[in-house]
Design a binder for this molecule. Structure first.
Ligand code: AMP
Length: 396
């Protein structure tokens, strides 16, 4: 049975076609610059040449049709009949308070995704457009929505409420939601499996450190806290996002520079984080290179990033009254041995000990703590597409 996984951004559409009989990726690809000049589809069928189509894509519907054509193409395709696609799993950013599980899309689900446009203004409209485009392009297949917020819906009130007048929660559902849920769900489950911990008696911290980053506390298999908030801006220092700051900073800059709240939020989302402190780049590899070349700002950006990660791990250890396993995942978490090692240096008081030889690996599943470490530390590569495909299959 084959499942198509779709992840739409405001001007992009990423896809993977997965054969669920052996969980093999048959093809993957990306439509870029949808709705703007220079649209391009890059299609990678496994075992065949990469195939690039440069054609105007005025909207996601055109992009979805091109993806279907590529999948069916006599030379570059991987299926013969559209009916081979049994279902489509869509990554959807924000499900608000409504969904804690994947759902088969119907009119009500589409209404909820729309009702959450305010909460995910860049992603939710694109996600809905992608669903509507696939309904038209693959009409026989059920469409399934998998929400990035869903895994975190088990957080208790004390973790998700902001200490602002309660009426804003009641009127507008303003609270912490958390993101990267599919990744936290996959990686925490995998951690339980490889560690042999009893899922009903386990304390796991997942550090998803990529261009966007978030940490979650998973007690007995359920998320009880996570670092992102109402939006993905809260929490860790990220590529271009500030993470936690004193909100009064916004008023201060606004008064000094006459900037609007929208301009300031744009600054916090797009010009801050590693880019803002280092002045070099949002990419951790560039910042590291700049540090090696003597840039003080790059050095401080790296130090501040590691420090914030360590503080969250400390906080979540307190929240769970202990920790059995800590798992690193995503671009930085999977690849950057130095950052993993520096984070763990802060955690010596918990009895965390890293085996630096084992820690040298990149992007493979591995235990990196020593035998006598009181906490197990893992690298587990995240696989959000596979998780979406599995959840889609389970639902249909
Ligand atoms: P992601 O958002 O999960 O794709 O992660 C992207 C981030 O991972 C970028 O900032 C990259 O610099 C970082 N990254 C990827 N490979 C490496 C590496 N080998 N060492 C350090 N950082 C890396």
């Amino acid at each position: 049975m084959k499942i198509l996984v779709i992840n739409c951004g405001s001007s992009s559409l990423k896809y993977q076609l997965i054969d669920m009989d052996n969980e093999a990726v048959l093809a993957k690809g990306l439509c870029e610059r949808i709705g703007i000049e220079g649209s391009k589809l890059t299609h990678e069928p496994m075992g065949k040449e990469k195939y690039v189509v440069e054609k105007p894509m005025k909207n996601h519907q055109v992009a979805a049709d091109l993806v279907i054509n590529a999948l069916l193409d006599a030379e570059h395709g991987v299926i013969k009949d559209i009916k081979e696609i049994a279902a489509v799993g869509h990554r959807v950013l924000h499900g608000g308070k409504y969904y804690s599980d994947p759902v088969v899309v119907n009119e009500n689900v589409k209404k909820v995704i729309k009702d959450c446009f305010d909460l995910g203004p860049l992603h939710n409209p694109a996600n809905l457009t992608g669903i509507i485009a696939c309904e038209a392009a693959i009409p026989h297949a059920p469409q399934v929505a998998i929400f990035d917020t869903a895994f975190h819906q088990t957080m208790p009130e004390k973790a998700y409420l902001y200490a602002i007048p309660y009426e804003y929660y009641e009127k507008y559902s303003i609270r912490k939601y958390g993101f990267h849920g599919t990744s936290h769900s996959y990686v925490s489950k995998r951690t339980l499996k490889v560690s042999g911990l009893d899922p009903k008696n386990s304390k796991v911290i997942v550090a998803h450190l990529g261009n966007g980053g978030s940490i979650s506390a998973v007690l007995n298999g359920k998320c009880i806290d996570t670092s992102m908030g109402l939006t993905p801006l809260e929490g860790l220092i990220m590529g271009t996002r500030s993470g936690d700051i004193d909100p009064a900073v916004l008023q201060y800059i606004s008064h000094k520079e006459g900037k609007t709240i929208d301009e300031l939020l744009n600054m916090l989302n797009k010009q801050s984080g590693m880019l803002g402190i280092s002045g070099v780049s949002s990419d951790f590899r560039d910042v590291k290179k700049a540090e090696a070349e003597g840039s003080h700002r790059a050095k401080v950006a790296n130090e501040a990033f590691v420090y914030r990660v360590a503080k969250y791990i400390g906080a979540y250890t307190a929240a769970m009254n202990g920790v059995d396993a800590i798992t690193f995942t995503a671009g930085v978490g999977e690849n950057d041995a130095i950052i993993r090692s520096q984070v763990c240096e802060y955690l010596g008081y918990l009895g965390v000990k890293i085996d630096e030889e084992k820690n040298k690996v990149r992007a493979i599943e591995q235990l990196i703590s020593t035998e006598d470490s009181r906490v197990k530390v893992y690298i587990i590569p995240t696989n959000e597409e596979l998780m979406i495909a599995r959840e889609t299959l389970a639902l249909i």
